[in-house]
Design a protein around this ligand. Structure first.
Ligand SMILES: [Zn+2]
Ligand SMILES: [Zn+2]
Length: 107
């Protein structure tokens, strides 16, 4: 179960709406609540105004710590648009996969 709570930013993942709302980051407007065994949250996408007032299953939500296009690695400074040579992904909010070992040495 993803640990989603009010105020989180999430994307839809693994459901039929995933393609329709690709690129939409939803703000979670409520704490999760249970309806017929499913954990739901109300959420809204500020970019296109789409509002899931009936709730959306947290099973199909993926938390995004920050806008992924605003993230920057604290070690190498790489971004979503300017990744490390060979590619990298976010391990922490401000740490990319290429710098994990470097970060460990520093800490
Ligand atoms: Zn990095
Ligand atoms: Zn990187």
């Amino acid at each position: 179960m993803p640990n989603i709570k009010k105020g989180d930013r999430v994307i839809i993942s693994g459901s039929a709406e995933e393609i329709k709302y690709r690129g939409c980051i939803f703000e979670v407007l409520t704490e999760p609540y249970i309806v017929s065994g499913s954990e739901l949250v109300k959420m809204k996408c500020h970019e296109n105004g789409k509002y899931f007032g009936g709730g959306y299953s947290t099973e199909f939500l993926l938390k995004v710590p920050k806008r992924y296009d605003e993230q920057k690695c604290r070690i190498c400074g790489c971004t979503w648009y300017n990744a490390c040579p060979g590619g990298c992904y976010w391990v922490e909010e401000d740490l990319c996969s290429a710098c994990v070992d470097v970060a460990k040495e520093i800490e």
